[in-house]
Write a protein that binds this ligand. Structure first.
Ligand code: DPP
Ligand code: ZN
Length: 879
């Protein structure tokens, strides 16, 4: 595979004004007829016409015609990735017919079959598996699409835009023609043909236009669409209110498919979703699934402006649409639910996962400089860190300034394919700001470390904050220049109250909370008129994606956990106290000394448990100890056994010591009966109650066991049922565990998404023998390597969430995962490449494990027919 560099970007030689597609769909093949109205791009005017090189992959070329003249095979060249021919005029019509086999497309990229339906996934470069085309986002074209298929099996025929004609053919076939008035790149093309049930609704936009809303699902899922439809309408309203963005077509469609590589896809007017991100019913989906549906529906809808109306010039700019859109959907979710809890969840996820990516062999900037396979760059860095970068811009400009900037961005670039620089320029121009230095967040990889020290001088009543920033080397980048780091902070007095902030050299007081911009490698801020020694509350709301180091004592952290008026930082203090305690105990365990719990952690947990003024979801977040994955990320060399043992031991200690308090809070939260509601308050209650159930089961009291079994049997919703199942599966009660697993599988056998949960609960269980259990589950009739959700539920959960078993010392966990990757490489390279991530993190572990992990990577590298996807990740991780 070759490496593609951002610096090699060139404008396209040709443009496609109109694209007319006709699909003839059959059971054993499909014919794709394209008619393209093309012209030479003005850039090359005057000189000889360059050759036209179209992208194409896995296609059988049937015919080519130029301006209605059929060409003979000597007039073109074909290889496995392109079709080249020589146009004779600056403007011409090109007609191509290709033959493809959707039924054999297991990569789920291009046109494929999922169950009984035809569907597409074209981002990033899937369209080239449908027909020869200029498959790049800066070529935008108006599409008209006709779909023809047998009527009985495929009564529903969909594509982007509006339906303009339809009819019958002889022999039971029918057709439909769709026209999309908005020019778009090929990656936003979509087609669906199947036997689908339709749920209808409508939305009136802010200018009074009526939009038809439709969700298409397989008939048996018709009862599971209400939440997605509600989420869609709320997203549409929110984008009008917060960004002034109105929907632009008369119809908006969502189709749910079972076999899908990603979460969902924002195709113009025809979003295609992984069914896991649409379907939600209290009986079958957990609260987490409900929230994910809401977030993904919003995310894809928001792309209509941040992605479709204004798209990316090239794939190096992917974060232009993804980082911005993740920021938009996170703010939407924050507005719909609890803002603080949403932020805690996102920061927890970022620190455990994106920080690990930033410290690993695939580390790359938010705007990468090069790639071999773009599918490998749909990463946490592009999405989640990209969203943090946009959030920092929002923080620096304030809500109003940011909105002025996005208004200008959408107005200036509507209908264009642009770059991250264009986005920044719009924010700058609308605010007379200068983000030259800030843009290093786009070009420099790695997680910066922000080391802060505070010194109070009683004589002069000043408090000095000395900030030092650095950033570790990442592949290809050894030296980093200072970032612009927005540092949101307050200074707390001995009672935990925020003190007025007055910076030396400034005449205006800054209120009691402020944002400092740290721009230098080393920078001093002096606060004046500070009447007593303060305790700083730093990086509030995680105002920058950095690792903050401040010499807090454990007592300081306890104080902040009890008193910080900022909810996020209260959680953060409790979290960092737990990290400190766990890290200390890990060292003690490694030294072979007995473990003793710091009572201060216990007292913090006791206090929050008893604090009725706290949001129960917050309490749950505080009680949930830092994950094993996060402790691995923080470790210099991660000792998986010690991490697992110590974390488990602390959880048991807490459960034992706090059992009484936990029982009383558990009971006070009610028995979960009554109608299920998916609102923030009900979810918060279930979240805390089920967190407590998990703890109480660790006490191994018979009362806990019977409450848990009862909850499993009688739960009125999947959230409570699943929580009980998790607790049972991770318990030593073999009989109850097996009975519950059995009953669950029997009952939900026909629900693939519920079975995904059943697989992943078992795959993630840290009890010994995990590998053998997973190997057994691979043979379960409901499992298949061909369905990405199943692969993620079983193999992904095992490798990412079951560190104790995945990292077992004999390397059998690694060998198992590598075997699956080799098999997946043949079936679905994108998914194979995803499953590699845990193996690529070998540098984190002890030497024997490093050798075992590297040996498996080398074995994968040496296997036959390696896809570019897998090759890129394996070769970079061994470099
Ligand atoms: N479908 C993916 C997303 O929305 C890629 N665009 O993020
Ligand atoms: Zn997206």
């Amino acid at each position: 595979p070759t490496t593609i560099h951002l610096t090699d970007y060139r404008q396209p030689d040709y443009l496609i004004d109109e694209t007319h597609l006709t699909f003839e769909l059959f059971e054993d093949h499909a014919l794709v007829h394209s008619r393209l109205a093309m012209r030479a791009n003005a850039a090359g005017e005057g000189g000889a016409l360059p050759p036209l090189v179209l992208h194409g992959q896995d296609l059988v070329l049937q015919s080519v015609a130029l301006d209605e003249q059929a060409l003979t095979a000597d007039a073109w060249q074909v290889d496995d990735s392109s079709l080249t021919l020589q146009p004779q005029a600056r403007e011409f019509e090109l007609a191509i017919t290709t033959r493809i086999e959707p039924q054999n497309n297991t990569a789920l990229e291009g046109l494929y079959k999922s169950g009984g339906m035809f569907c597409t996934q074209c981002e990033a470069e899937g369209f080239r598996k449908i027909t020869y085309y200029l498959d790049r986002p800066d070529v935008m074209s108006r599409f008209t699409t006709t779909v023809m298929a047998e009527r009985g099996s495929y009564p529903v025929l969909l594509s982007n835009g509006n339906l303009i004609a339809s009819g019958e053919h002889e022999g039971g076939r029918h057709w439909a023609t769709w026209e999309d008035p908005f020019p778009k790149p090929a990656y936003l093309f979509a087609l669906v043909a199947g036997d689908l049930y339709r749920i209808d609704d409508s939305f009136t936009t802010m200018s009074g236009r009526e939009v038809e809303l439709r969700i298409y699902v397989e008939p048996e899922n018709r009862e599971q669409c209400g939440h997605a439809m509600d989420s869609l309408k709320r997203s549409m309203r929110w984008d009008e209110e917060v960004y002034g963005r109105e929907y632009d077509l008369d119809i908006f469609m969502i189709v749910a498919v079972n076999d899908f590589n990603m979460g969902a896809m924002e195709n113009k007017g025809l979003n295609i979703f992984n069914s896991s991100c649409v379907l939600a019913h209290p009986d079958t989906a957990t609260d987490m699934a409900f929230q994910r549906v809401e977030a993904v529906v919003a995310h894809e809808y928001f792309h209509n402006w941040s992605g479709n109306r204004v798209t990316c010039r090239d794939w190096f700019q992917l974060s232009l649409k993804e980082g911005f859109t993740v920021f938009r959907d996170a703010e939407f979710s924050a507005d719909m639910n609890s803002r603080t809890v949403k932020r805690i969840e996102d920061v927890t996820f970022l620190r455990a996962n994106q920080f690990a990516e930033d410290a690993g062999p695939m580390a790359h900037p938010v705007r990468p400089d090069s790639y071999m396979e773009i599918s490998n760059f749909y990463t946490l860095t592009i999405y989640e860190k990209g969203a943090e970068v946009v959030r920092m811009l929002h923080t620096l400009l304030g809500a109003e300034g940011f909105r002025k900037g996005t208004d200008l961005y959408f107005e200036r670039h509507d209908g264009q394919a642009v770059t991250c620089d264009d986005f920044i320029a719009a924010l700058e121009d609308a605010n007379e700001a200068d983000f030259t230095q800030f843009k290093r967040w786009y070009s420099q990889a790695g997680t910066p470390v922000l080391q802060v020290d505070g010194r109070y001088d009683a004589a002069s009543s000043t408090f000095q904050l000395l900030c030092r920033q650095s950033c570790p080397a990442t592949p290809g980048q050894t030296e980093k220049l200072p970032f612009v780091i927005p540092l949101r902070l307050a200074l707390l007095d001995g009672e935990g109250r925020e003190m007025p902030l007055q910076l030396a050299g400034e005449t205006q007081a800054r209120g009691t909370e402020t944002v400092l911009a740290v721009t230098e490698a080393e920078q001093l801020f002096v606060f004046e008129n500070v009447r007593e020694e303060p305790l700083p509350s730093l990086l509030r709301g995680f105002s920058a994606p950095v690792k903050l180091v401040y010499p807090y004592s454990r007592d300081d952290r306890v104080f902040l956990a009890m008193h910080d008026p900022d909810g996020f930082n209260r959680w953060e203090a409790a979290q960092s106290l737990a990290v400190d305690v766990l890290q200390g105990l890990i060292g003690i365990h490694q030294a072979g000394r007995p473990l003793l719990l710091d009572q201060r952690l216990l007292e913090v947990h006791r206090a929050v448990l008893k604090d009725d003024s706290l949001d129960p979801a917050m309490v749950a977040e505080i009680l949930r100890l830092p994950s094993e994955a996060y402790l691995v990320e923080l470790a210099e060399e991660a000792d998986v056994e010690a991490i697992h043992h110590v974390r488990d031991w602390v959880r048991r200690e807490l459960a034992t010591a706090l059992a009484e308090t936990m029982w009383s809070r558990f009971r006070q939260l009610g028995d979960g009966a009554g109608a299920y509601r998916a609102d923030a308050e009900s979810m918060a209650r279930r979240s805390l109650r089920n967190t407590l159930l998990g703890y109480l089961m660790l006490t191994e009291s018979s009362e806990a066991l019977s409450v848990c079994v009862q909850q499993f049997v009688e739960a009125g919703n999947m959230t409570d049922r699943q929580a009980a199942l998790v607790a049972l599966v991770n318990s030593p009660h073999e009989q109850q565990k097996h009975a519950a697993l059995e009953e669950f599988a029997q009952r939900w056998n026909a629900y693939p998404l519920v079975m995904d949960q059943w697989f992943s609960i078992q795959a993630a269980s840290p009890l010994p023998g995990g590998l053998e259990r997973v190997q057994g589950l691979m043979k379960h009739p409901a499992f298949t390597l061909r369905n990405p959700n199943k692969v993620r539920a079983l193999i992904g959960a095992f490798a990412n969430q079951n560190l104790a078993n995945f990292h077992r010392a004999d390397g059998a966990g690694y060998r198992f995962v590598a075997d699956q990757i080799i098999e997946l490489n043949r079936l679905n390279p994108q998914i194979a490449s995803r499953m590699l991530t845990p193996l690529t993190r070998w540098r984190k572990f002890d030497e024997p494990r490093q050798l075992l992990m590297k040996a498996e990577l080398a074995r994968i590298l040496a296997s036959d027919d390696l896809s570019p996807d897998v090759y890129e990740v394996v070769s970079k991780s061994l470099a």
